[in-house]
Design a protein around this ligand. Structure first.
Ligand code: ME8
Length: 644
């Protein structure tokens, strides 16, 4: 059996954040799981580098789009190893092979009559890079980007997507696993219950040049989605490579619900037109939210993976993301939630079981795993539950129910902790007549831990290596473990020498940075600069300053907030539209603010003021008399430019 798993290719208009990391960790965990099942796996991620958004971001940065794309693409590529993500291929849509293949495909689909020239009027959302239907708008705005789409009319090329509608409905109905979880399948079917329109797949070069030229009309570039989706086949060498024929039939895509439509509707119909089979499965997850708002670069409320890694370490971050989100539904991110998971699940349950069991083997059996003697009911219960856990875990992982797979593992951790309490090895150790019983209990604990370490390998690669080595394995042996040959009970060889090491996970105080007794080491690592900071009290370093994302914001609208004398609600462009609340109503009339360029703190945590959520703060000065004056620029700067 084999697997080809992909993530979306991420836009290079902003650095990676936790949302991107989540999808990529899911794909990595699943590919590690399948390797653990001895399957042949190919895992691909990459970057999406053409289109409006990138051209705009490059313009703001004042550099050529390719240079801009190179810069951000390498940030994605470099972010993954530190999260223990190991893709087999990193594709970029500016890769030569990709560009040429997209053109070949366009030519073929055009030649067979599935692409035609027409004219189009529609409502275009720059954030989504697609035309939206009236139905999709909420209060006249794109619900994902909170911006009003722009009406556009122009000549363009169209893909005859409508021609494949009936086929697609039939395919989805006949293959119940094609789109999962089911809610998203239903969403797609409900969308398909209305007539499907053809897809506009070009942009005139008068409006956008940063894209792949249409091979049959040089006045146009390819619509970024038509270009981007094809990455899934160019990345495995379509059309000529042997890899392609082996992997395409086992392709599974992982995405979030924001890009369901392109993946569930455009892509299968495109594949049909190209003459290829559809992918095997599409896995759709929900959003990571912060204070109920989707974490997104356009809102600016993003969490950076590097900050989390510094505070919590890679395995805690991976475990948290997989355990906390029920795949398909939204989940809420906060430091408190991670700390709670680390303390209860990792330090308390897993960490304690591990250190108690190893300490007892060390103390009561000279650090050597003893041979078990006759089994009592409690032993059989533990062994049976451990084997059932492996089965349950495997089924849930295959279903993309990562949180349930982990729940099954934690059930056995809890049972093993109870087994220690009820079998009281410390009492057995005092009675020479109970030596056999003691040996059995210690063996069973070592064996349970081996199986727990084995199934957790795809989720927590570092911790499980530590566990395996503490249980007497070498790194090489550990890397060859798999569920097919090693998922049974009783494979720990009696006589193996264990190696007591430091505890697996420290306990963390609620507020990151305040050490507890056993968390001390970790906390020191978290604030390596604390001494320096103390002696420089009052001064900030350049690194501190860099944490602030200061941007030029241009005020588009301003209005008083009802029931407040102080607050104004502003919409600004920076360069995306966002809403701010500013306490300046006593000093500025709303109409006097329109068109002004001010300085905004763009990466401030969103805050709700009088019912309006503010996604940033504008800078102002207040003198001793309490008079207030807004920060201002001389004008003429591109909104969104960085202030440094
Ligand atoms: O859409 N919660 O790229 P993109 C969970 N280039 N996942 C999130 C998230 C959140 N708050 N925010 C982002 C594109 N993601 C296109 C894709 S594929 C042929 C082209 C993740 O950079 C999630 O995987 O906007 C989502 O689908 C993806 O980032 C969107 O990334």
């Amino acid at each position: 059996m084999s697997l080809y798993i992909t993530t979306p290719i991420y836009y290079v208009n902003a650095r990676p954040h936790l949302g991107h990391a989540y999808t990529t960790i899911i794909a990595d965990t699943y590919s590690r799981f399948k390797r653990l099942c001895k399957e042949d796996v190919r895992f691909q991620t990459g970057t999406d580098e053409h289109g409006d958004k990138i051209a705009e971001a490059a313009q703001t940065a004042g550099i050529h789009p390719k240079e801009y794309a190179d810069r951000i693409s390498s940030m994605f590529r470099e972010a993954w190893p530190s999260l223990a993500i190991r893709p087999d291929n990193f594709i970029r849509t500016t890769d030569e092979h990709h560009v040429q293949t997209v053109q070949k495909i366009l030519q073929k689909v055009h030649d067979q009559g599935d692409i035609y020239l027409g004219s189009y009027s529609g409502l275009y959302c720059r954030g989504c890079e697609r035309f939206l239907t009236e139905k999709e708008l909420v209060d006249g705005k794109c619900p994902d980007h909170q911006t009003a789409p722009t009406p556009i009319s122009e000549s363009n090329y169209f893909f005859r997507m409508s021609k494949y509608q009936d086929w697609l409905i039939d395919h989805i109905q006949k293959n119940p696993d094609f789109i999962t979880p089911e809610r998203y399948k239903n969403e797609v079917l409900s969308f398909l219950s209305e007539p499907l329109e053809d897809l506009c797949i070009s942009r005139p070069k008068s409006r956008l040049t940063w894209g792949i030229s249409l091979p049959f009309d040089d006045d146009f570039v390819t619509y970024v989605w038509f270009d981007a989706l094809i990455n899934y086949i160019t990345g495995i060498g379509y059309p000529d490579s042997e890899k392609f024929s082996g992997y395409w039939e086992v392709a599974e895509h992982v995405i979030a619900k924001d890009i369901l439509k392109p993946h569930a509707i455009y892509w299968p119909t495109m594949l049909r037109a190209i003459g290829l089979a559809p992918y095997k499965r599409l896995h759709v997850h929900g959003y990571w939210n912060i204070n109920e708002a989707k974490m997104s670069k356009s809102i600016g409320n993003v969490v950076r993976p590097e900050a989390l890694l510094q505070n919590f370490g890679v395995d805690t971050v991976r475990y948290f993301l997989l355990r906390e989100m029920s795949f398909g539904l939204d989940a809420s991110f906060s430091d408190e939630n991670i700390i709670a998971r680390q303390n209860s699940d990792l330090a308390n349950d897993l960490g304690n079981l591990f250190s108690r069991a190893l300490t007892m083997i060390n103390k009561f059996a000279n650090g050597i795993v003893p041979a078990p003697a006759d089994l009592e009911p409690a032993d059989k219960e533990l062994a049976g539950a451990a084997v059932n856990m492996v089965t349950e875990y495997t089924a849930q992982m295959n279903n993309f129910a990562f949180n349930r797979a982990l729940q099954a593992v934690w059930a056995i951790i809890s049972l093993a902790n109870k087994y220690i309490v009820s079998s009281e090895p410390w009492v057995l150790a005092k009675d020479p007549a109970k030596t056999d019983r003691l040996k059995t209990v210690l063996y069973n604990l070592a064996e349970t831990l081996r199986l727990i370490g084995l199934v957790l390998t795809p989720v927590m690669p570092e911790t499980t290596l530590k566990m395996a080595m503490a249980l007497g394995s070498t790194e090489d042996e550990h890397s060859r473990q798999n569920l097919v040959d090693h998922g049974e009970w009783g494979l720990t060889a009696p006589g193996v020498k264990i190696n007591l090491g430091p505890s697996l996970f420290p306990r963390l105080e609620k507020k990151v940075g305040a050490p507890t007794k056993d968390g001390q080491k970790k906390m020191k690592e978290m604030s390596p600069k604390s001494k320096e900071a103390e002696s420089d009290a009052g001064l900030v370093t350049f690194d501190d300053f860099k944490k602030l994302d200061l941007r030029v914001a241009e005020i588009k609208t301003a209005e008083k907030i009802k029931k407040s004398d102080r607050l104004l609600k502003l919409t600004v462009m920076a360069p995306e539209e966002r809403t701010l609340v500013a306490g300046i109503a006593e000093y500025y009339k709303p109409e006097d603010l329109i068109g002004r360029q001010v300085i905004m703190v763009a990466n401030l945590k969103p805050a709700k003021l009088m019912g309006v959520t503010s996604h940033g703060m504008i800078l102002a000065a207040r003198d001793e008399q309490g008079r207030l004056s807004l920060s201002a620029l001389a004008g003429g700067v591109t909104p969104g430019s960085k202030v440094s």
